[in-house]
Design a protein around this ligand. Structure first.
Ligand code: NDP
Ligand code: 2IT
Length: 451
């Protein structure tokens, strides 16, 4: 008799908790997937006997390393760096690098686990990985950031490669940091190769990669609304964050006729009752990215807006909501408030922004709710297209890429319907995404035997 025959969801999760002490984010991400997968696997003995979920929930490897660098005052600083290579059953490990003081092994393991399903959903051949450091880029000079990125890559380079593991950006890592890391990789290996994505257009980057995550999250939202015969025209949107994903989500909402009411950062949120127009979004992009400013300064530039220190924006009544900042930024109570205020659709731009309570609240209310692994997959999808262009040594045209992004997001939406349609007009997108992502990876793993 197979060892797993008597293991139910609770027994499985007890094991995950025991093996991963003090890793709450990782346990949370596994729980959210396992809740759907156990149900799906009920009559699929092979997945049980081959311990597929147990294997996906154990990263192929976690590399941890010291990153030493010298600050502008001549002090020697020591940070920790990681690369979590979760699963490469369907392609090279692929996933971003995050620089933020809240980065821990648990956070990167949850992100690499989620990435495995997300990348499978795109339909492109990419496995799941994630990396980063507890380095805090805030308040650092450009020279300090460069020295840190170089030191980080001096260790990371031996673990990555265009056919092995291809990192990209995430929180605190944008085009500038990718440039510093790519430069150092090239210098150490003497190899100009598509080892990172999110590169500059002059040196192998792809058009629309910068916009892809935010735009993709709004395309997914539009797909969900279309199942109810609705569009974004005239709808009010509440968005959290003010970085890459949030500003591009806002931009696409505005392009599709919606009205964006809020943006935020770790200091609080701004509420602009007149709507955050393209001109204002451009101001935010310049202010946050180039001037490294705080969102609270928005109210000085646009005085009809208000700033709410230390608060998240979920109390502002809206038709649609897009959490685009970080994990666990939308809690059970926030989900209840959104639903009570009439919010009809939630599309996650961030990874795991909604806690388990919130997920259960949205599911129970049967609103249109897309988990990040489905709705924010546009970024990594265009990263996958950047890899293809690098392999081909060509650059594709913007219109082609825009169409491919739209098609990929529609494809993910269809996969969610295929496995998440609960009848009666309700689609459980969480379930659909989990099962569709799992099935592809699981079937590849079955083909490889016990490895
Ligand atoms: P950025 O660094 O560009 O922006 C991050 C934004 O989130 C900033 O406004 C930041 O505020 C805010 N934020 C970060 N940490 C916290 C926190 N602990 N509490 C409150 N606010 C916080 O990152 P991205 O826009 O790239 O990433 C945002 C989310 O989207 C992340 O969850 C990321 O994993 C996810 N994602 C990103 C993709 C990409 O292509 N970039 C692809 C798919 C998902 P502050 O300035 O105060 O730090
Ligand atoms: O969470 C994510 O999907 C990303 N940060 C993008 C990863 C990538 O490889 O482009």
């Amino acid at each position: 008799m197979a060892v797993t025959d008597h293991v139910d969801l609770n027994g499985f999760m007890e094991g995950v908790k025991k093996r991963n002490p003090h890793q709450p984010e990782f346990v949370q991400a596994v729980q959210e997937v396992a809740e759907d997968i156990f149900d799906f696997m009920q009559d699929k003995e092979e997945y049980h006997s081959q311990q597929i979920l147990r294997r996906i929930a154990e990263p192929d490897r976690v590399v941890s390393f010291r990153v030493c660098w010298e600050d502008d005052a001549g002090n020697i600083r020591v940070q920790r760096g990681w690369r979590v290579q979760n699963n490469n059953a369907i392609g090279p490990y692929k996933g971003g690098i995050r620089f933020h003081p809240s980065v821990t092994e648990s956070v990167l393991k949850f992100l690499a686990f989620e990435q495995t399903f997300k990348n499978a959903l795109t339909g492109l051949p990419m496995g799941g990985g994630k990396g980063g450091s507890n380095f805090n880029p805030k308040g650092k000079s450009v020279r300090e950031i460069m020295r840190f990125c170089q030191s980080f890559m001096t260790e990371l380079y031996r673990h990555i490669g265009a056919d092995i593991d291809v990192p990209a950006g995430d929180i605190g890592v944008g085009g500038r940091e990718i440039g510093f890391m790519f430069g150092q990789y090239k210098r150490i290996t003497n190899n100009f190769t598509g080892v990172l994505t999110g590169k500059g257009l002059e040196w192998g980057g792809s058009l629309i990669r910068t916009e892809a995550t935010g735009y993709g999250a709004v395309y997914f939202l539009a797909n969900m609304l279309a199942t109810k015969g609705e569009t974004l025209e005239g709808k009010t949107a509440v968005i959290s964050g003010s970085g890459n994903v949030a500003t591009h989500a806002a931009e696409k909402i505005v392009q599709l006729g919606g009205k964006v009411l809020t943006l935020s950062d770790s200091g609080g949120f701004i509420h602009d009752p007149d709507g955050i127009t393209q001109e204002k979004i451009d101001w935010v992009k310049t202010h946050k990215t180039h001037r490294r400013g705080r969102i609270e300064e928005y109210v000085a530039a646009f005085p009809r807006a208000t700033f709410h220190a230390g608060k998240t924006p979920w109390g502002v009544p809206c038709d649609v909501a897009l959490p685009c900042a970080t994990q666990n930024e939308l809690l059970g109570e926030d989900a209840k408030t959104l639903v009570a205020n009439g919010c009809r659709a939630v599309s996650e731009g961030a990874n795991m922004p909604t806690d388990l309570d919130g997920v259960h609240t949205f599911k129970a209310a049967k609103i249109l709710y897309a988990p990040g692994k489905a709705s924010n997959a546009g970024g990594v999808a265009v990263s996958g297209l950047e890899m293809s262009q690098n392999s081909e040594r060509r650059s594709w045209k913007e219109e082609e890429l825009q169409q491919m992004l739209k098609d990929i997001m529609s494809g993910i939406h269809n996969s969610c319907i295929r496995y998440g349609d609960q009848g009666g007009g309700y689609i459980d997108y969480v379930k659909g995404a989990n099962i569709a992502g799992f099935k592809k990876v699981a079937d590849a793993m079955l083909a490889f035997g016990v490895v």
